[in-house]
Design a protein around this ligand. Structure first.
Ligand code: ARG
Length: 455
């Protein structure tokens, strides 16, 4: 019978053990749990709450247990409830009586909150590194094709020409904000709950600042009830993860569309494409589709945890154990997605000629023609009307703008002169020269800024 059941007359029902155990998933926190316990034992000895000799035995035992788990020599028994109990029970097996002194001035409630915060700090750093890797791939792609133009779209209808580099740098900005959100949520995660006890604090002369320093926490929590019972830092991570997946899914969607035969703007590398079981010619963008699809899963975990936390009275409630599985799945999903997408984007083959052809046949310079008339004195609304009629004429005649004669132009407005032929894709792009625009000079600057922020 588990050592916390001394007040009960019988062991827990078998289904209850199965229902309540978190060991199958929280064993993932064993390193954090042991690091936290080592720091706690050091503090207990320093404060003369336990004997130094006992603390040394405890620490030695914990270090050995960590090795047992890492090497796969640790017996995880479901009746142990969770990783905290499993480690403590093994410690008692190994070092006897002294093992029972580790849990002085501590509760599993502040222990699990501490473990989770330590874990989240590492996960935030890892997520940041993976986002950065994807940003690096996008910057490389932008730099490699710095002169390539393609249609920019609104409503997925060709709108105005933009540089491909400008397009991919838009994603760079999205992932930059995701990184900023993570570094902001790190500030609130980097707070030590240990020392809060079960809920009210502890009746020993502990040194919480010492434990914080040992474990590398920036601060200690200010309220014991809050510290053991809130998981808002997990929600913040999940929200940042959900947004990162949303950005990834937009990139995924475009990669799917662009690599299709109708667009043909890009080709996905063979290593990142899949085949069909029936159609031998197929090269499918499954990686991008899965990135798009897995986004729903991460959104789900965010909603799941928000719902779990809603209405929980102070302080700890076992509902909180439900914080972990969704989080772990979100972390695994996001990290793997980011890594795979970095590889996929790094190896994308760009087809500039396809992009340019699409620019030419889509009347993308219509706004530039209207702007031209405005510069000659026409009002923008009238200019808009003139060019609209011009486009309709071209569509009926099956012509593009460069194929019109100056006489044809003049039928629509006497303001057209031969300098209308100076309007090109490049002149259009370079005219968008205000900050944030797609002019070559601006994009070169943006690329330099992006590169130096990654360095
Ligand atoms: N496995 C528990 C969790 O993940 C640890 C804390 C258990 N505390 C308790 N009072 N039952 O939340």
């Amino acid at each position: 019978m588990s050592h916390v059941r001394s007040r009960f007359d019988k062991p827990a029902d078998e289904l209850v053990i199965k229902y309540t155990t978190s060991l199958p998933f929280d064993s993932r926190l064993y390193r954090e749990d042991i690091r936290g316990s080592v720091a706690h034992a050091r503090m207990l000895a320093k404060q003369s709450i336990i004997e130094s000799a006992d603390a040394l035995d405890i620490i030695k035992g914990l270090v050995e247990i960590e090795l047992e788990i890492t090497d796969g020599n640790f017996a995880f028994k479901p009746e142990m409830e969770d990783i905290h109990m499993a480690v403590e029970a093994r410690l008692k097996e190994k070092i006897g009586e002294a093992g029972g002194r580790l849990h002085t001035a501590r509760s599993r409630n502040d222990q699990v909150a501490t473990d989770l915060r330590m874990y989240m700090k590492d996960v935030i750093a890892e997520t940041d590194a993976s986002l950065k890797e994807l940003q690096t791939a996008l910057v490389e792609l932008a730099e490699k094709h710095i002169d390539v133009a393609l249609p920019g779209y609104t409503h997925l209808q060709p709108a105005q020409p933009v540089l491909l580099a400008h397009h991919y740098l838009a994603y760079f900005e999205m992932f930059q904000r995701d990184r900023e959100r993570l570094s902001d949520c790190l500030k609130r995660t980097d707070v030590l709950p240990l020392g809060s006890g079960a809920l009210a604090g502890v009746a020993y002369d502990t040194d919480r600042e010492f434990v914080a320093r040992e474990l590398g926490f920036a601060a200690i929590s200010r309220n014991s009830l809050d510290a053991v019972s809130d998981r808002d830092f997990v929600v913040e991570y999940l929200a940042a993860a959900a947004l990162a997946m949303m950005h990834l899914s937009r990139l995924a969607e475009e990669t799917i569309i662009w690599s299709g035969a109708e667009f043909g703007f890009i080709e996905i590398d063979d290593a990142y494409a899949t085949g069909s079981s029936i159609m031998p010619q197929k090269k499918n963008p499954d990686v991008a589709e899965l990135g798009r699809g897995k986004t729903g899963r991460v959104y789900g975990h965010l909603m799941g945890l928000l719902t779990t936390l809603k209405g929980l009275p102070l302080a700890y409630n076992r509902d909180l154990q439900e914080d972990k599985e969704g989080l772990f799945d979100a972390v695994d999903t996001l990290l793997l997605s980011l890594k795979v997408f970095a590889g996929m984007m790094r190896t994308i083959k760009v087809r500039p000629e396809k992009m340019l052809r699409s620019v030419d046949k889509s009347y993308l310079l219509a706004t530039d023609l209207a702007d031209y008339l405005v510069k000659k004195g026409e009002s923008f609304r009238n200019a808009h009307g003139v060019v609209g009629r011009l486009v309709s004429h071209c569509a009926k005649e099956g012509k593009t703008f460069p194929e019109l004669s100056i006489e044809e132009y003049r039928e629509f407005s006497p303001l057209f002169g031969s300098d209308v032929f100076e309007i090109t894709v490049t002149s259009s792009i370079d005219s968008k020269n205000n900050p944030g625009g797609t002019a070559r000079r601006r994009v070169a600057e943006a690329l330099a800024t992006a590169k130096s922020s990654l360095a």
